[in-house]
Design a protein around this ligand. Structure first.
Ligand code: ZN
Length: 476
């Protein structure tokens, strides 16, 4: 074991030296490269293009009724025989949990009453979270169909993201979400309880809601107006998904900065902590807007309940998978990480099953960039790299099912350290900030993958080959 680690360290050292020599032999100044306009980003196309019209009603007993119409355009080059949706509420039913060798004290109950295609009731296939709608006739590229859904559900207790927590309802992925379509097939992977196994394109949403008066609804939509209103509508465009939290008696701290309303929703007698979090969130948002690019909404909601998770315009933070509430410092770090996702996931998209590092690693990296840029602390390159020595030599961009229990060490940890190594001899913090701005300008509202990231970084730093990336990214 020790031998293996020593060998690994030597290889890393050698590769670092090679990478270092590459990175320090820049033939042009980075400034002049940045000003050239001959780089054109080659983003990954979603292949499907959707608009969602969702009508949500919640009864006093915590039962939700959904009527949704989804308009799907075939943005691929192929004729379609079917349309594939993620239908994640079905994962938490007793039946599916049993199939997945899992269980919950309170599973969800899901009843689908009717699915109709262009006004005609149809049969469908539902297998775990995969909902397949067969098309009556082939859908040509550029053509669209409307699928109507009428269903009811209750939330599980102890679910992942789609869950009831304390007295709050977390409605994540509660509607049928159109999958992306690429390389001649629907890009729908098996559901996993760890990591994000769903991937959607940027879409437009209109949501109407009617909930019991004692609850407060907060969501991706903005501004929600009076959050105490129990009946309302919101519209939001060009987002990967919509999240709604229905909250019981939250403590609300609000702050305005740069025309953005930052709201903290807490549930305990911890007003001082909530104020501190409000300050941290404001500073984070200001820094990222200044250094990376504009935040796209006029409101940011931070719900201090449930697991740390990002959604467009709203994040949740309080706990990590299955382990309880984190301490105040860890909570602040978590909030910063989830805010960073507004850029890396929310604005620059990536497939979180096949390229999770592009949102998790970039969010971790930019969160630590914010920390070191604002605290003046020295960047601990040695200790960051020492942590890598303890890992096996896996790349950071394997599909989620290819990692065992150590996915986070690669997708978050190793990728963020390797990004720091990239800037270590290339201008440090200042150059990292400029790089992220250029990255944002090139890829905002586009999807990027590992190969395209490398193409961009090589261009940006004028690198001759892939050698810096080869020991941590598996490239096609
Ligand atoms: Zn994250």
């Amino acid at each position: 074991m020790n031998k293996k680690i020593a060998g690994f360290t030597f290889i890393i050292l050698l590769l670092s030296l090679v990478a270092f020599s590459k990175l320090t032999s820049l033939s042009k100044s980075q400034e002049s490269i940045r000003n050239e306009i001959n780089f054109s980003p080659q983003s990954v196309t979603a292949g499907s293009d959707s608009q969602y019209d969702i009508d949500l009603t919640m009864t006093n007993k915590g039962k939700f009724k959904i009527n949704a119409t989804v308009t799907i355009n075939n943005a691929s080059q192929d004729q379609w025989n079917d349309i594939v949706f993620y239908f994640i509420p079905n994962i938490f039913t007793e039946k599916t949990l049993l199939e997945l060798q899992n269980s919950l004290d309170v599973p969800s109950i899901v009843n689908i009453h009717n699915i109709a295609l262009d006004g005609k009731r149809i049969d469908y296939d539902l297998d775990k979270d995969k909902l397949t709608i067969p098309l009556l006739k082939k859908l040509e590229p550029g053509s669209s169909v409307k699928v109507y859904f009428d269903y009811e559900f209750t939330l599980p207790v102890g679910g992942v993201r789609f869950t009831m927590n304390n007295d709050n309802y977390h409605l994540a992925q509660f509607y049928p979400m159109v999958a992306t379509y690429r390389e001649h097939h629907w890009n729908k992977e098996e559901y996993r309880f760890r990591g994000e196994t769903y991937h959607t394109g940027f879409s437009d949403f209109k949501v109407s809601y009617d909930i019991p008066e004692e609850y407060t609804l907060v969501s991706t939509g903005e501004p929600d107006g009076n959050p105490d209103k129990s009946i309302g509508t919101f519209k939001v465009e060009n987002v990967k998904e919509v999240f709604i939290a229905i909250l019981k008696n939250p403590i609300v701290i609000q702050k305005q900065k740069d025309n953005i309303n930052i709201r903290i929703f807490g549930f305990e007698d911890k007003e001082d902590l909530y104020k501190e979090i409000s300050e941290v969130a404001t500073d984070t948002l200001t820094y990222f807007q200044e250094k990376i690019g504009p935040y796209p909404f006029t409101q940011l909601d931070i719900v201090l309940d449930g697991q740390g998770m990002e959604y467009p315009g709203i994040v949740t933070a309080n706990s990590i998978y299955n382990s309880g509430t984190v301490n105040p410092d860890a909570l602040k770090t978590m909030v910063i990480h989830e805010i960073a996702h507004q850029w890396f996931y929310g604005i620059i998209s990536n497939d979180p099953y096949h390229n999770a590092w592009l949102d998790e690693g970039m969010a971790d990296f930019s969160a630590s960039l914010f920390h070191f840029a604002t605290s003046g602390e020295k960047i601990p390159y040695e200790s960051m790299n020492e942590k890598l020595d303890k890992l096996e030599q896996l790349p950071v961009n394997l599909p989620l099912d290819k990692y065992e229990n150590n996915m986070s060490s690669y997708v978050y940890g190793k990728s963020s350290t390797m990004l720091w190594n990239l800037f270590r001899h290339n201008g440090g913090i200042e150059e990292a900030e400029k790089f992220l701005k250029a990255y944002y300008d090139n890829y905002k509202y586009k999807e990027i993958d590992s190969e395209e990231f490398v193409r961009f970084a090589k261009y940006y730093f004028d690198l001759e080959d892939d050698s810096f990336f080869e020991d941590w990214l598996l490239l096609k």
